[in-house]
Design a protein around this ligand. Structure first.
Ligand SMILES: Cc1ncc(COP(=O)(O)O)c(C=O)c1O
Length: 428
């Protein structure tokens, strides 16, 4: 199924990468809950370790259940290869690991999930990786931030949480002018709503924890490569173009061509950093992906209705949802997210901090927690939870001002979601 791109998206969501088990006939993908795999003989083991043949050695590197998930994501994104990770954050770490040396630099959008900004600004700094963050709503900012040692641009095409849609095609052009890849975090949109490779992105990362798994039960991450980036156009990527000492001088790009980046992530980053996805989580996420198209349609329909309700509510100051005609990102949304603007957005409640707290403490159906992309509707007031260590000026700069409430609209009956918000707002 992985090599059948003529199938429609819904078919790929159910079948890509999977086939009935040849030994048992099992129709669902088996959970290969094993750490290691038996070699045929010493020669077989040697050829696996030398990357002369692909096969299974140890679940930190590959696992047949995880491999189905990797092929499914590659199929859904229209990519050439994919590597799974234990979480979205570890996928981001691996996406950069093959590209960066200590002392290198990358450019990231300011409009990112807060945890990504912390990962880049604090933990990546310890690796000697320097990040400049820029306002992604002006593409020129990426050009201005480019340096000789810049190795990548990183954006969220639909940013968490503020409903910001980035002009992916224009940012990809800036990256390619400088000979560096564009990495797109497609978590909030999912490949059902947005296909970044079709607009020039080179690498897509996902937190599978959100809409792809979709049921709020397992963490996971993924790096997908388009297979189109020329890693030898400059001397920026020695991990891909120079001889690798741990594989007898093998050159990844020369040997693996359009799959070099994902093979190098597996053979260098997964091997040495170790954030492998568990087979059980791969199974749960695969099961979730089978219904991704159906769920995303309902998520988007519900989110638009909830956003329209909030926009008309007298106790709400503003709603930031790209699906609303009033959004400054409405036109970009129509271009990049033609099937809907996702289900995560923010709104501002009159009365600031106290009102935000009142809403999250009074919802009944909607769950007050720090996650998004569940079948269930979720809510959080960032200023009193995820961002509570920040001062007021910092809160506003982070898009988490005292009045901001974030919603992840679920797939329940939309009237029930609206009724719950209405009764919580009535307490304000
Ligand atoms: C857009 C986005 N990217 C990445 C992550 C990190 O993913 P994980 O929690 O799976 O590490 C998150 C988590 O909320 C996210 O919202």
């Amino acid at each position: 199924m992985a090599d059948t791109p003529s199938y429609g998206f819904e078919t790929l969501a159910v079948h890509a990468g999977a086939a009935p088990d040849p030994v048992t006939g099992s129709r669902a993908t088996p959970i290969h809950q094993t750490t290691a795999f038996v070699f045929d003989d010493v020669d077989h083991a040697a050829s696996l370790f030398n990357l002369q043949v692909f096969g299974n050695i140890y679940t930190r590197l590959t696992n047949p259940t995880v491999a189905v998930l990797e092929q499914r994501l590659a199929g859904l994104e229209g990519g050439r290869g994919a590597v799974a990770a234990a979480s979205g954050h570890s996928a981001q770490m691996m996406a950069f690991h093959v590209l960066m040396e200590a002392g290198d630099h990358f450019i990231a959008a300011k409009q990112l999930y807060g945890g990504s900004l912390t990962q880049f600004g604090q933990s990546f700094k310890k690796f000697g990786w320097d990040a400049t963050t820029v306002d992604a709503t002006n593409v020129q900012n990426f050009r201005d931030a480019m340096r000789p040692n810049t190795k990548a641009i990183f954006i969220e095409n639909l940013a968490n949480p503020g409903g910001v849609v980035v002009d992916v095609e224009a940012v990809a052009a800036v990256a390619h002018e400088a000979g560096v890849p564009l990495i797109v975090d497609n978590t909030l949109a999912t490949p059902f709503l947005a296909r970044p490779f079709e607009w020039g992105a080179d690498i897509v990362v996902h937190s599978l924890t959100k809409f792809l798994g979709g049921h709020g039960n397992s963490l996971g991450g993924m790096v997908v490569e388009s297979g189109k980036f020329d890693w030898a156009q400059n001397d920026k990527y020695p991990s891909l173009t120079e001889p690798n000492a741990s594989y007898h001088g093998l050159k990844f790009y020369e040997t693996f061509g359009d799959m070099a980046y994902s093979v190098a992530i597996r053979a260098q980053s997964l091997r040495d950093l170790g954030p492998a996805l568990s087979p059980m989580n791969a199974f749960l996420i695969l099961t979730g992906i089978e219904t991704l198209p159906l769920r995303m349609e309902r998520h988007c329909d519900n989110a638009l209705k909830v956003a329209e309700f909030l926009e008309a509510h007298p106790k709400v100051d503003w709603v930031s949802y790209a699906g609303l005609k009033s959004s400054r990102f409405y036109d970009l949304g129509k271009k990049y997210l033609p099937r809907g603007a996702g289900a995560v957005f923010t709104f501002g409640v009159k009365g600031g901090f106290e009102s935000g707290v009142t809403i999250v403490e009074n919802v009944e159906l909607i769950s007050h927690l720090a996650n998004i992309g569940d079948t269930r509707s979720l809510i959080i007031h960032p200023a009193s939870t995820t961002h509570r260590q920040l001062g007021e000026a910092e809160l506003i700069a982070a898009g988490a001002g005292p009045d901001v409430v974030r919603l992840s609209v679920g797939i329940e009956t939309v009237d029930d979601i609206i009724r719950d918000l209405d009764q919580a707002l009535s307490r304000v």
